[in-house]
Design a protein around this ligand. Structure first.
Ligand code: ZN
Ligand code: ZN
Ligand code: ZN
Length: 475
C-alpha cells in the first residue's frame, strides 16, 4: 500500500496550499455567483476637497464614505422670490441628515425675469438686486436672501455649488451683425450691472470662427476664444467666476450644457477660479463622459449610470448593473443621480437610491424625492449608511433579473454588502464577505437576521420583496 502515500501527500499539500481566494471562487461557482471586482484603487473615498483652497477648508470634509449632494430645486418651483428662503430654512435639517452640499439653480437675472429658471442669462452680475427684465428679485429671491442662504450653509458646514450657464446668453438688444449680415440679439451693452458688456464680436459667428461645439435653442452662443470673454468669465478678479467664488461665497460649480463648448473652457475656469465642479454632459456614452471629465479636469454627471439604473430597475433586469458606467471608470469624477430638474424616468426610485448611496461616486438627492415624494426617514437611513459604511472599492457578487448583491471592500473600516431584491418574494443567498467569524446585521432594519460569517467570510443574507438590505459588522 506504500504506493498510495505520495498521492495522499500531494492531495494534502494541494488542500493546504489552497488559498482563501481559491476556496472563495470555488464556492462562488458552486453558488453560481459571478464576482467582478469593479474598481481598482487604494479605496479612498470620493472627496470634493481642493488642496490649498482657503474658501473650502477641511472643516467641510464629509464622513468616511464621502459626501452627498442635494439638488436644491426642480423645474418651476413656486415663483415670487421665496425659494432662497425656503432652501435656507431646510439647511440645518439637511446638514443634520448628513448632506454635505447643495446645488442651486442659476442665480443671475434671466431674460424671462421673474419667471426665469436662470438658464437664459442676461446679466451674470444681477443676482436679484437690479431692476431688469421686469423685476428686481429673480424667481428665487433677492441677492440679500441668496447671501443669507450661502452663509447659513457655511455655518452648517455645507458647501454651495452654483449652476453656471456658459454656452449661451439671452436678453440682449438687437444689432446689425457684420458677421451674419442680419440683425441679432447680441448687444448686451445695456445690462444693469454695467459689467461684461458683450456684443456681436463675442458670439458666434464672429472674427474667430463661425461656431463652436454646440448651440442651444437659438440663443446667442458665447465664443470662449475671445480674450474679452475669457477675462470676464474666469480671468479678472472682478469677473464672473472670481466674484461668485470670492465675494458671493460659492464653493463649486455645476456647468450647464457642456456639450455646447469645448472641455478646455471648464478646465480654464477651474484652474483660474478654483473650486470643485461637475459638468452636465447629457450622454450615456461612458467613453465620452470619461474623455470629457479628463479634458475638463472636472467631475461629470453619470448619465450612463442613470440610464443603466432605468433599464435595471424599471426593466427588471438587474444584471444590467454589471455594465460600464462612469463611476466604474473613475469614481472620483462621477456624480451619480436618480432624477434631476430635466429628467425623471426611474420609477423604482428607492432601489435606485439604495444603489447610488451604497456605490462609488458622489451621489445626488433630488429635492422633490427628499422633501415631497419619497420616505425621508428611509433616505436619511441610506445617507447615514453612505457616509459611515460605504467605503472602499466595489465588487459585484451576484446579479440576475431581480436580485443584485455587491460589496464595498472597506477603507479604514469594514465596508458593506448591499442586497437589492426586485422580486415579489423574500430572497436569500450565500455571499463572500471580507469579515471572518463576525456577527453582521442589516443596517436598514428590513431584515431581523444577525448572522455570523464563517471562517472563510461566507454568510447567508436575505432581502424582503421589492426592497433592499445593507449588511456590515454589528458594531
Ligand atoms: Zn468660439
Ligand atoms: Zn456653444
Ligand atoms: Zn432571482
Amino acid at each position: 500500500m506504500n504506493y498510495l502515500k505520495p498521492y495522499l501527500l500531494l492531495l494534502a499539500l494541494g488542500l493546504f496550499s489552497c488559498t482563501r481566494d481559491n476556496l472563495q471562487s470555488t464556492l462562488a461557482e458552486e453558488r453560481e455567483l459571478n464576482i467582478v471586482n469593479v474598481t481598482h484603487h487604494d479605496g479612498r473615498p470620493f472627496s470634493t476637497e481642493t488642496a490649498g483652497d482657503a474658501v473650502t477648508p477641511r472643516s467641510f470634509a464629509a464622513g468616511p464614505g464621502g459626501g452627498v449632494m442635494m439638488q436644491a430645486f426642480y423645474w418651476d418651483p413656486p415663483a415670487g422670490g421665496a425659494w432662497w428662503d425656503t432652501i435656507n430654512s431646510k439647511l440645518e435639517s439637511w446638514s443634520n441628515a448628513g448632506i454635505e452640499s447643495v446645488w442651486l439653480p442659476p442665480v443671475s437675472k434671466g431674460q424671462s425675469g421673474a419667471s426665469s429658471m436662470g438658464y437664459d442669462p442676461t446679466d451674470y452680475f444681477d443676482l436679484g438686486d437690479y431692476n431688469q427684465n421686469g423685476t428686481v428679485e429673480t424667481r428665487f429671491g433677492s441677492k440679500t436672501e441668496l447671501l443669507s442662504l450661502i452663509s447659513q450653509a457655511h455655518a452648517q458646514n455645507m458647501k454651495v455649488y452654483a449652476d453656471i450657464v456658459l454656452n449661451h446668453n439671452s436678453g440682449g438688444q438687437l444689432e446689425n451683425n457684420q458677421y451674419t449680415g442680419t440683425q441679432t440679439w447680441t448687444d448686451f451693452t445695456q445690462v444693469a450691472s454695467g459689467k461684461f458688456l458683450r456684443t456681436q464680436h463675442d458670439f458666434h459667428a464672429n472674427w474667430v470662427h463661425s461656431n463652436d461645439e454646440g448651440y442651444f435653442g437659438g440663443f446667442p452662443d458665447l465664443c470662449h476664444e475671445v480674450p474679452f470673454v475669457q477675462d470676464w468669465l474666469w480671468k479678472r478678479s472682478d469677473g464672473v467666476g472670481k466674484y461668485y467664488k470670492n465675494v458671493v461665497g460659492f464653493d463649486g460649480w455645476r456647468f450647464d450644457y457642456v456639450k455646447g463648448f469645448a472641455p478646455w473652457v471648464v478646465s480654464e475656469w477651474n484652474s483660474n477660479v478654483g473650486g470643485w465642479s461637475v459638468g452636465e454632459l447629457w450622454d450615456a456614452n461612458v467613453d465620452y463622459l470619461n474623455w470629457w471629465a479628463n479634458e475638463a479636469n472636472s467631475s461629470v454627471f453619470d448619465f450612463a449610470c442613470y440610464y443603466k439604473m432605468n433599464d435595471a430597475f424599471d426593466g427588471n433586469n438587474l444584471s444590467v448593473l454589471y455594465d460600464d458606467m462612469m463611476w466604474k471608470r473613475n469614481p472620483f469624477k462621477a456624480v451619480t443621480f436618480v432624477a434631476n430638474h430635466d429628467t425623471d424616468e426611474i420609477w423604482n426610485k428607492m432601489l435606485a437610491y439604495a444603489y447610488i448611496l451604497t456605490h462609488e461616486g458622489y451621489p445626488t438627492i433630488f429635492y422633490r424625492d427628499y422633501e415631497e415624494w419619497l420616505n425621508k426617514e428611509r433616505l436619511n437611513n441610506l445617507i447615514w449608511i453612505h457616509n459611515n459604511k460605504a467605503t472602499g472599492t466595489t465588487s459585484i457578487l451576484y446579479a440576475d433579473n431581480d436580485e443584485y448583491v455587491a460589496r464595498r471592500n472597506g477603507y479604514n473600516g469594514p465596508g458593506l454588502v448591499v442586497y437589492l431584491n426586485n422580486s415579489n418574494s423574500w430572497q436569500q443567498r450565500w455571499v463572500p464577505t471580507n469579515w471572518y467569524n463576525t456577527q453582521i446585521k442589516d443596517f436598514t432594519g428590513h431584515s431581523s437576521w444577525y448572522p455570523t460569517t464563517q471562517g472563510g467570510g461566507w454568510v447567508e443574507i436575505q432581502c424582503p420583496p421589492k426592497s433592499y438590505t445593507i449588511w456590515s459588522p454589528n458594531i
